[in-house]
Design a protein around this ligand. Sequence first.
Ligand code: ATP
Ligand code: MG
Length: 246
Amino acid sequence: MSSLLEVRGVTKSFDGFRAINDLSFQIGGAELRAVIGPNGAGKTTFMDIVTGKTRPDTGEVLWGEHSRSLLRMNEAQIARAGVGRKFQRPTVFEDQTVSDNLVMALKAARGPFAVLGWRPTTASIARVAELADEVGLGSALTRTAGELSHGQKQWLEIGMLLAQEPRLLLVDEPAAGMTLAERELTTTLLRRLAETRAVVVVEHDMDFVRRLNCRVTVLHQGAVLAEGSLDHVTRDQQVIDVYLGR
Ligand SMILES: Nc1ncnc2c1ncn2[C@@H]1O[C@H](COP(=O)(O)OP(=O)(O)OP(=O)(O)O)[C@@H](O)[C@H]1O
Ligand SMILES: [Mg+2]
């Protein structure tokens, strides 16, 4: 299998503490993957390394068909190469409408120079509607983002990320603060998005992970402890000892 992202032998210490310890991880081009593991296992740090926010001490992070090194790129270059990241707290512009938020994301996706003198075109208006539809906000285009529910804000932010047309989407703890109905819609959304791109989801909510119905990687002390179906990893005695049986 040729992978879209390959992390190979990555180590990262903070003040002598190994948050990531010889981590190796691969994800395919159109794959949904859940990453679980106890607090402090290194899940967020892994995303920080892939997105260029944190530099590892050793190892390689390889991207795409030509195995380009993401470690030679800065955060903006990595985003432009096709890595999108969804943070836990939605960062939508609360005073703007859903539509305006998506327009801003489209402008940003076109780069700083395209913003000057930019006017909405028929194509971009259609793209905004398409992005809104993709995240279930097609009928909320004229609503102010601040009026949306927490879950809807998260979906809007995912829609804004999709404006950059990422090939890999990293999502850290999406279920937090969502209602059960929102969590169910979110699993459906993430599964659909992973049909055409890679999606890596970090989540503690096991019901949410079960509904994702995908391969699961268990991290512990900065390395992969187990990998496979949720049923497979939840039967693993080591996984039970360090995570599930707490
Ligand atoms: N910038 C930093 N400076 C110092 N220590 C850090 C930094 N970032 C992460 N760490 C440490 O690295 C370890 C891994 O943290 P990380 O946030 O990646 O864990 P996590 O698996 O995301 O945990 P959680 O499930 O609680 O979100 C923790 O011990 C954390 O304190
Ligand atoms: Mg975390």
